[in-house]
Design a protein around this ligand. Structure first.
Ligand code: FAD
Ligand code: DHB
Length: 390
């Protein structure tokens, strides 16, 4: 089999790139390790930038997002028993974010790939990129017991943090920057009315908590837990009891609880690999970088990678102009690092660190006090939260 661009991974990055390229007449084949049901079963991002929505529209998949996505013009930070609002709209000259689940967005992309006859091979085992530093790279894998070989011009690794693409690059050709945090987020999805129409990020001596939502009848809540905890350590009752403790009184008394329909733990990690290219293999999204979820940058940063790579590939195929491909890594990384800085900062501001000293605590308290006493500091937070331009 032959294609122009072989894509590893059918998460949002891989599907979006495949759909965008298809509309510009560039052929792709997407290889996905898991089944479609498995991919759609993952509950992850909830907050999207407008530039992401614009890219979805360009990919002709923005209709449901525009209809069902909720525009959020602000969010709250709760601390010391009170909640203070960050007025995104007022602080950014009219900007906002969109609440629309990654699951729905992935479903929309799958439907589009079906509609346009896109090739997405699921349950692809042992996917491997070959000869990526030569002129004729190819992919191999096993699908239904058969060995498949796909010859391509370029390979794009959109296979997330644990994927094979980054791991196939020789260690001496890349540099890794990383930081682990000694906790994770335990998340619960429940069919209940959200406690607040706007998100509440809460910091408390017992740890961080987040009240988010997917719709008027679907709530998404998170609490900071030690990284050694597992989902089985937390019954629904224990989860909501702990969440209540970390929220201001008026919020916790208004919280409606119900059985979890999904419960999972996400570890917190900052990670960047440089460069995001090795020969004819390009990395995009979580395959190249991970942020802690605080501040909702992960998927949005994946979208900016896809934006740069999509334009670079279109320029290559339509004008034989390779400048976009040559500068992809540099351009993508400039925005990646802004997302890294912001996610790290918001994580440090709002979480409790088991090994923090009294000095560290005072700095954290002062950072929060400064934030709510300075319009400029709040404006900087808001500018980063709504997303920097591509
Ligand atoms: P992935 O979604 O990881 O997709 C990679 C795909 O590749 C998967 O389908 C995987 O099965 C497949 N794959 C892996 N290995 C192989 C292989 N060897 N062969 C073939 N296929 C393979 N981001 C935001 O912007 N906003 C938010 O509000 C937000 N909230 C989050 C909340 C949580 C709890 C978590 C965990 C993350 C959150 N994120 C958020 C981050 C966001 O979910 C990720 O950045 C996003 O999923 C990245 O998309 P991706 O397509 O690059 O990678
Ligand atoms: C959600 C996740 C985030 O990381 C965040 O900052 C805000 C919302 C969510 O899953 O709803």
């Amino acid at each position: 089999m032959r294609t122009q661009v072989g894509i590893i991974g059918a998460g949002p990055s891989g599907l979006l790139l495949s759909q965008l390229l298809h509309l510009r007449g560039i052929e792709t084949v997407v290889l996905e390790k898991h089944s479609r049901e498995y991919v759609l079963g993952r509950i992850r991002a909830g907050v999207l930038e407008h530039s992401f929505a614009a890219l979805m529209r360009e990919a002709q998949v923005g209709e449901r997002l525009d209809r069902e996505g909720q525009i959020h013009e602000g969010f709250f930070i709760a601390h010391d028993g009170i909640k203070e609002r960050v007025d995104l709209r007022g602080l950014t000259g009219g900007k906002s974010v969109i609440v629309y689940g990654q699951t729905e967005l992935t479903r929309d992309l799958y439907e589009a790939r079906d509609r346009f006859g896109g090739v997405v091979m699921h349950n692809a085992e042992d996917v491997r990129p070959h000869d990526v530093d030569g002129p004729q790279p190819y992919l191999t894998c096993r699908v239904g017991g058969e060995v498949v070989r796909i010859d391509c011009d370029y390979i794009v690794g959109c296979d997330g943090f644990h994927g094979v693409s980054r791991q196939s690059i020789p260690k001496d050709k890349i540099r890794v920057f990383e930081r682990d945090y000694p906790f994770g987020w335990l998340g619960v999805l429940s069919r209940t009315k959200p406690v607040s129409p706007e998100l509440i990020y809460a910091t408390h001596e017992r740890g961080f908590a987040l009240c988010s939502l997917r719709s008027e009848a679907l709530s998404r809540y998170y609490i900071q837990v030690p990284f050694t905890d597992s989902v089985d350590d937390w019954s629904d009752e224990e989860f909501f009891e702990e969440l209540r403790r970390r929220l201001p009184g008026d919020v916790s008394s208004a919280l409606i609880t119900g059985p979890s329909i999904e419960k999972s733990i996400a570890p917190l990690r900052s990670f960047v690999v440089e460069p995001m290219r090795f020969g004819n293999l390009f990395l995009a999204g979580d395959a190249a970088h991970i942020v802690p979820p605080t501040g909702a940058r992960g998927l949005n940063t994946a979208a900016s990678d896809i934006y740069y790579l999509y334009h670079a590939l279109v320029d290559h195929y339509s004008k034989w102009d390779n400048r976009g491909l040559e500068t992809y890594s540099q351009r993508a990384l400039a925005r990646v690092w802004k997302g890294q800085r912001f996610s790290w900062w918001m994580t440090m501001l709002l979480h409790r660190f088991p090994d923090s000293s009294p000095f560290d605590r005072r700095l954290q308290e002062t950072e929060l006090a400064y934030l709510f006493s300075s319009e400029e500091a709040l404006a900087s937070l808001a500018e980063n939260y709504v997303g920097q331009p591509f």
